[in-house]
Design a protein around this ligand. Structure first.
Ligand code: 3Y8
Ligand code: NAP
Length: 251
């Protein structure tokens, strides 16, 4: 059976896997939600947009005769990951997650661990500070209850609507970012506290390392819980899995 993969993308690891698959001549499609204006060009054909829930994904897998699904989405893309497990279980399509371990606190880190975005907002119930809010665009409204701060926002695209915070400075940039750049950015803006998702990987770690260097507290948001599934951490492990897994649909 010739593999025909669906790769749920949106991370550095997904892009690296897409490149390896293309080089190996393995057929696949990279999928994006369509959250940003121009997703980075992929070395495989790509599709943009939701599937329409679990049922929509089931129909897509059937219509495109997908033989394997690799979920390489960001650890905070919990809904997509849950839908992928459900759809693959329904159809018996082999499913694998390519993920990266959560960051671990190191000597010198000053982390305030919070369970979710709401917890991060609550941790900002404190006197005015210069806050680097590097959690993207989608959840900014949850920080509106603390308008007293001066916020430095980093967004992939320029905001297309008024921001829900009165005092903001917007940096339009797409990672991966460097520690030197983040150090300079945080010093220039006299940042006093950083808010971050525990994304893992290398693409967003620069602000964590820079915070350690500057001795700044980081409000660190734990990952949402994900369904039980098979997970690997490297592209090679995906290839090993591909050589053994087979759709048990008898085709
Ligand atoms: C659309 C696809 C690659 C992938 C690169 C990684 C690294 C750079 C760091 C900060 C944190 C943040 C954000 C972030 C990083 C990588 C990776 C990663 C964080 C792109 C991409 C898409 C998105 C969606 C976007 C979210 C936002 C989150 C910005 C492509 C660039 C903050 C997550 O404006 C919006 O609606 C943005 C939405 C989901 C979180 C949010 O809530 O706003 N990612 N990011 C994907 C799609 O449509 O399916 O354009 O390349 C991918 C990457 N973003 O190939 O090199 O692997 O994590 N992405 C976080 O970690 O907190 C930035 O600024 O320090
Ligand atoms: P989410 O909340 O888990 O998903 C919400 C809905 O968006 C899904 O049910 C699905 O819609 C659609 N969707 C999500 N990822 C998709 C994909 N790769 N291809 C097609 N549809 C997708 O997802 P999210 O947190 O908004 O993340 C969206 C994308 O941004 C993902 O590709 C993720 O890897 C990337 N990303 C997210 C973050 C983050 O912080 N959340 C960080 C970096 C990159 P339907 O139900 O209609 O199918």
């Amino acid at each position: 059976m010739t593999p025909n993969l669906l790769l749920l993308g949106g991370t550095t690891e997904a892009t690296a896997l897409a490149r390896a698959l293309a080089e190996a001549g393995i057929r696949g499609t990279v999928s994006f939600a369509g959250r940003v204006a121009r997703p980075v060009r992929q070395p495989l054909p790509q599709r943009v947009g939701g599937f329409g829930g679990i049922d929509g994904l089931v129909r897509y897998l059937q219509a495109k005769q997908i033989t394997h699904l690799v979920d390489a989405t960001h650890p905070f893309a919990a809904q997509m990951s849950a839908n992928a497990v459900a759809a693959c279980t329904t159809l018996g399509v082999p499913h694998l997650a390519l993920t990266r371990p959560a960051w671990q606190r190191q000597i010198g880190d000053n982390w305030i661990n919070v369970p979710d975005i709401a917890g991060a907002a609550a941790a900002l119930n404190r006197p005015r500070a210069n806050v680097m809010l590097a959690v993207g665009r989608m959840h900014l409204a949850e920080f509106a209850p603390n308008p007293q701060h001066r916020y430095l926002l980093r967004l992939v695209d320029p905001p297309d609507a008024p921001l829900p915070l009165p005092e903001t400075e917007v940096i339009v940039a797409r990672g991966p970012f460097s520690e030197a750049d983040d150090l300079a950015l945080m010093q220039t803006h006299e940042i006093q506290v950083v808010v971050s998702k525990n994304a893992g990987g290398i693409g967003a770690y620069s602000k964590i390392a820079a915070s350690r260097t500057l001795g700044l507290p980081v409000i660190m948001i734990s990952r949402p819980s994900l369904p039980a599934r098979q997970e690997v951490g490297t592209v090679d492990q995906v290839f090993d899995w591909l050589s053994h897994a087979s759709a048990d649909r008898g085709v």
